[in-house]
Design a protein around this ligand. Structure first.
Ligand code: NAD
Ligand code: DAU
Length: 339
């Protein structure tokens, strides 16, 4: 089996590559990544010399480059993680989100039609369902929940999902889609909540909590997401959507407090800042379908996963230190200095 993993130099894609190389040593894994600000070859250092692994730098929206790779590798499975993934950046500059997340997805699927594949898997997000109210803990996103997006990011992901389902119905392309809740774990880019708070706390810098910190996210350890995708690409039903989440809802402020406690830092570092525009209130996944059909259950408890993640950032300063220099500092200044 040859599997092309797009976006494999990013957070979840890299963890998925490690998972696949461990779980399927007989597979060939080809990573296709443009190496945007969020892609980092240092993340893949440990597998670069693995004979079952190949890295190719290219843009998923570059038709010639994508077709050339398909021609050469004749892949069996495509798992598309490549995306612009940060909501705040999409609010500042939506266009690149449309190009990568929608056009890029269509180019990959055109290549699948042209060269033939066994499975195209789209890594989507629970954000396509919009948000749930804070005062209705009985409500969850199921696969039947209507798409109802809030940000340019989530709209671009929903657009891609619709296109994937259209390629299934119109051309019979063997597709599956997973819609996962918020991931956390090693190699998470420090613009996102958990790594940003860990790294700021380590520097005794203010921890910028949007609004009152009452928004709720449903956190899943990244390895649990990788196992879910592995199950879906092998055993999931073609044309189906699978929600992935671990019933682990947390308020942002409570996560920030846990991080401070774990690091032995003062809560005085917490700074409430202007809210995100259109900020989704609550995400909560109902994972009944993937459990029922594929036997998937999360394995990592949040308290253990958060401790492991904090430990990873403490032990891997050599990974994040270069990431937060240069361009990241400009980004941070722009997003947070006058907030
Ligand atoms: P990330 O931003 O950490 O990584 C994205 C990767 O895609 C980077 O390596 C980047 O270089 C690459 N990339 C971007 N544009 C590209 C292009 N045009 N061509 C080729 N490569 C390109 O993202 P992530 O958090 O790892 O998310 C991966 C996927 O999972 C995304 O599709 C995202 O929507 C989805 N997702 C993320 C989460 C989460 O909590 N992070 C949850 C659910 C779903
Ligand atoms: O739900 C899945 C989604 O989770 C993925 O599709 C996205 O790619 C991923 O980035 C993530 O989106 P969120 O917007 O939920 O994640 P983020 O880490 O940006 O923010 C999490 C919550 O924390 C959100 O309510 C906003 C808040 N926040 C975030 C940052 C960066 C803060 O309060 N302060 C911050 O500085």
């Amino acid at each position: 089996m040859t599997v092309i993993v797009t976006g494999g130099a990013g957070f979840i894609g890299s963890n998925f590559i490690f998972h696949m190389l461990d779980s399927h040593p007989d597979y060939r894994i080809v990573c296709l990544d443009k190496l945007t600000y969020a892609g980092n070859l240092a993340t893949l250092e440990s597998v670069m010399d693995n004979p079952s692994f190949r890295f190719v730098r290219a843009d998923i929206a570059d038709r010639d480059a994508v077709y050339a790779l398909f021609e050469e590798e004749k892949p069996d499975i495509i798992v598309n993680f490549a995306a612009e993934s940060h909501v705040d950046r999409s609010i500042e500059n939506p266009e690149i989100f449309l190009k990568t997340n929608i056009i890029g997805t269509s180019v990959l699927m055109d290549a699948c039609r042209k060269y033939g594949i066994k499975r195209y898997h789209q890594v989507s997000t629970d954000e396509v369902y919009g948000d749930l109210p804070l005062d209705r803990p009985d409500l969850f996103f199921t696969e039947e929940t209507p798409l109802h997006t809030s940000s340019p990011y989530s709209s671009s992901k929903a657009g891609a999902d619709l296109l994937v389902l259209a390629y299934y119905r119109t051309y019979g392309l063997p597709v599956t889609i997973s819609r996962c809740s918020n991931n956390y774990g090693p190699y998470h880019f420090p613009e996102k909540l958990i790594p940003l708070m860990i790294i700021n706390a380590l520097h005794d810098k203010p921890l910028p909590v949007y609004g009152k910190g009452e928004n709720v996210r449903d956190w899943l350890y990244v390895e649990d997401h990788c196992r879910a995708i592995d199950l879906i690409i092998h055993n999931g039903r073609v044309g189906e959507v699978y929600n992935v989440g671990g019933h682990n809802e947390m308020r942002n402020i409570d996560i920030v407090r846990l991080i401070l406690k774990e690091l032995g830092k003062s809560e005085d570092l917490i700074t409430f800042v202007t809210d995100r525009k259109g900020h989704d209130l609550r995400y909560a996944i109902d994972p009944a379908k993937i459990h029922r059909e594929l036997g998937w259950l999360p394995e990592t408890k949040f308290s253990d996963g958060l401790k492991k993640t904090i430990r990873w950032y403490l032990d891997n300063e050599s990974w994040w230190r270069p990431v937060i220099s240069g361009e990241y500092q400009e980004y941070y200044e722009k997003m947070y200095s006058c907030r």
